[in-house]
Design a protein around this ligand. Sequence first.
Ligand SMILES: [Zn+2]
Ligand SMILES: [Zn+2]
Length: 138
Amino acid sequence: MTDVQYPIFGTCQCGGVRYQLLSPPIKVMACHCKECQKLSTSAFSLTALVSADSVVFEGELKQWERLAESGNKNYAKFCPICGNRIYHFNPDQPAVIKLKAANLSDTRILQPEAHIWVSQKQDWFHIPDGVPQYDKQP
Ligand SMILES: [Zn+2]
Ligand SMILES: [Zn+2]
């Protein structure tokens, strides 16, 4: 993917939230947990782990908070108008955020390097050969 140009711009469905991703993600993962199925209204969600200082956000974001099974805090940021989920983060580890990057303008970077929570995966979805998979959160 040498022709991917940074920054990559992202926007929620209504355009109220806009952001720029300045540099490549640390890692891209597909999460098959039930929470991500609800969140994505699909079989899994795509998450790009990025360093917090590599994203610039514009527009109002609202926050929703829950505890992950691990006991870690999982805070979610979303657009208050269209409800599009923008990113998740743990306030105890603020240097890294989990960008819900399907709303980037160039989604070629979103090739999962790992599949997690495979224990809750939809039966019909087959993980490509050679991609690491984990029953839960690794
Ligand atoms: Zn919106
Ligand atoms: Zn998940």
